[in-house]
Design a protein around this ligand. Structure first.
Ligand code: IPM
Ligand code: MN
Length: 373
């Protein structure tokens, strides 16, 4: 593989965001040094940190920096400090603004369990057998981006949130999900609430029509309440789950729990081909953990490996890092969220240092055995 030169915008954000992105950047630097790539990291203010310094969660400079980068690595945003602010001015508004401005209409959340961590899953091993799926969540529409109103006070108060989808919005994300399914096990589960909602009726019609273009992909439709149950009862039935913005938000946290900790799950938010995609752990800013060196860096590190694969096409590099992570877990190292009863936790820094030393060990092993990575 010829060495690549890439610019990566880093948005550490709030809470544990800065510490977990720092860990991921260290690993990406190791990757660049080992494979001869050049990754230029450019850090920008975002979320609550940006509100504090610039009065807005998404400063112009941050947006411009993201637009002109090849990929974006985000930590997390939000926290109690900014919770009293009006909805549209909070850190979350920065994230929604970034998704909208960059037209990130696809959100991918891979649910993969690490073999060494089966013991911390809330499910019994026999239910987990074969569990490996992806959630494709629509990210630019639905009730997230419709009009929100809150009027009156006390008993007279009334609030509304408008959920809207156009057929084109459904089709573009569904097409992506069909392509993913075709490249995987060929099974797509579309999740909606078509027994009640008009947006879901349109969703189902659009997915059904598109299915004709993908004869190799089998399609199931589940109502969201049933899907929530099936994720716990028979997670191995899923290959690619396609759903709307709000349902995807909820189901992806539920699915993340299967892996044993929400701290493990990465995500990619992307738009059309050739535009910069955004990678972030799905765990959020966890303000009570911030600055204590207890946060698990794996969600951020897996976000980095997802970036290497999806944005840069660097499969071997991604595989090398994930292999090092699995070795560290296999040796019994755990951050606090990953320990089993009576187990011992190490800090996030030591955990990251162990991964870096396993990265080196894997290289030495390769040199000795003459095998490729
Ligand atoms: C997520 C988060 C965001 C969302 C919040 C922080 C706005 O929960 O990425 O899942 O609801 O999309
Ligand atoms: Mn969420």
């Amino acid at each position: 593989m010829t060495p690549l030169r890439k610019t990566i915008a880093v948005l550490p954000g709030d809470g544990i965001g800065p510490e977990v992105t720092a860990a991921a950047v260290e690993i990406l630097r190791d990757c660049a040094a080992t494979f001869g790539h050049q990754f230029d990291f450019r850090e920008f203010l975002f979320g609550g940190a940006a509100i504090d310094q610039c009065g807005t969660p998404l400063p112009e400079e941050t947006l411009a920096g993201c637009r002109s980068s090849d990929a974006i690595l985000l930590g997390a945003i939000g926290g109690p400090k900014w919770e009293a602010l009006p909805l549209g001015t909070r850190p979350e508004a920065g994230l929604l603004g970034l998704r909208q401005k960059l037209d990130l209409f696809i959100n991918l959340r891979p649910i993969r369990l690490r073999p060494a961590l089966h013991g911390i899953s809330p499910l019994r091993l026999e239910r987990l057998e074969g569990c490996d799926f992806e959630i494709v969540r629509e990210l630019a529409g639905d009730v997230y981006f419709g009009e929100h109103t809150l009027q009156g006070t006390g008993k007279d108060a009334r609030a509304t949130d408008l959920a809207a989808y156009s057929a084109a919005e459904v089709e573009r994300v569904a097409r992506y999900a069909f392509e993913r399914a075709r490249a995987r096990k060929g099974h797509l589960t579309s999740v909606d609430k078509a027994n009640v909602l008009a947006t879901s009726t349109l969703w189902r019609q659009t997915v059904t029509a598109l299915a004709r273009e993908y004869p190799g992909v089998t399609v199931d439709h589940l109502y969201v309440d049933n899907a929530a149950m099936q994720i716990l009862l028979r997670p191995a039935q899923f290959d690619v789950i396609l759903t709307g913005n709000l349902f995807g938000d909820i189901l992806s946290d539920e699915a993340a729990a299967l892996a044993g900790s929400i701290g493990l799950i990465p995500s990619m938010s992307r738009g059309r081909d050739g535009q910069p995609a955004l990678y972030e752990p799905i765990h959020g800013s966890a303000p009570t953990l911030a600055g204590k060196d207890v946060a698990c860096p794996l969600g951020a590190i897996f976000s980095a490996t997802l970036m290497l694969r999806e944005s840069f096409g660097l499969q071997a590099e991604s595989h090398w890092i994930e292999a090092a992570v699995d070795r560290v877990l296999g040796l019994g190292y755990r951050t606090a969220d990953l320990v089993e009863p009576n187990g011992r936790a190490v800090g996030g820094r030591e955990f990251t240092a162990q991964i870096r030393s396993e990265l080196k060990a894997l290289l030495l092993h390769r040199e000795h055995s003459g095998a490729s990575l």
